[in-house]
Design a protein around this ligand. Structure first.
Ligand SMILES: [Zn+2]
Length: 241
């Protein structure tokens, strides 16, 4: 799905014009972009995967693909737990990548185990019991994803509104205590994405609706209705390069 767009720096330099090209996101977080004048760029996304998945959910909701929206929002929460696990482990000083990767492999195929790891690392970090996604919200997700239920707009709206609030509350807490570890993990992921690229690249972070790297004052400043009302183009203006 084409979610973001990029300005061509070559066109800006050569013609003094702003050429904007929409581009697809993918699993690698590395996108090839060709502007209308044929200039090729490689964009490395400086966003966490859970941020991209939530954005895909919003896009699907806006465009009427309600089942797909539920699937993306649910995946966003799962990848958010993974991201937090990395952040908490980094914060505790365990920076050996091999040990982390080997331990992750033990739970990589089981989202329930990952959620359990998140719960206890959250307890360790904040000395409080983490909030659980409400049972009726989980039940709705399971019915859509596992039983093939076809949801209506209002159900998916309520589902995503709840998850938006759920994620924002945890992000605010993590942001206050773990800022340097958030940056460490982000830089590690960007470095991984860029490692095999041989040609010049443009690293870009986009102002996704859920965004753990933006300043604490900006996190959750929009309520869910305001997020939905802003078009995906307005949300996804690049914030750095
Ligand atoms: Zn160009």
């Amino acid at each position: 799905m084409k979610l973001f767009n990029s300005i061509c720096h070559h066109c800006a330099i050569i013609y003094g014009e702003q050429t904007v090209t929409d581009f697809e996101v993918n699993e690698e977080g590395v996108s090839k972009v060709v502007c209308r004048n044929g200039h090729e760029m490689t964009v490395v996304l400086q966003n966490f995967k859970f941020e991209i998945l939530f954005e895909l959910g919003l896009k699907a909701l806006e465009e009427g693909y309600y089942r797909e929206a539920v699937s993306s929002f649910a995946a966003s929460v799962e990848r958010f737990y993974e991201c937090c696990i990395k952040i908490f482990i980094n914060k505790s000083g365990l920076t050996d990548r091999k040990n982390y990767d080997n331990t992750w492999k033990l739970i990589s195929n089981n989202s329930q185990r990952q959620m359990g790891a998140f719960y206890f690392l959250f307890l360790n970090e904040f000395n409080e019991t983490p909030t659980q996604v409400k049972n009726n919200v989980e039940n709705f997700r399971n019915k859509v994803i596992h039983q093939g239920i076809i949801p209506e707009y209002v159900e998916v709206y309520e589902y995503s509104k709840y998850l938006y609030g759920y994620l924002i509350e945890i992000i605010k807490k993590v942001k206050i205590r773990c800022e340097s570890s958030i940056i460490n993990i982000l830089m590690e992921e960007v470095s991984d994405k860029s490692a095999k690229l041989e040609y010049p690249t443009w690293t870009a972070g986009f102002n996704t609706a859920i965004n753990i790297t933006q300043s604490i004052e900006m996190i959750g400043i929009k309520n869910f209705d305001e997020v939905l009302a802003s078009s995906s183009i307005a949300r996804n203006i690049s914030k750095s390069n």
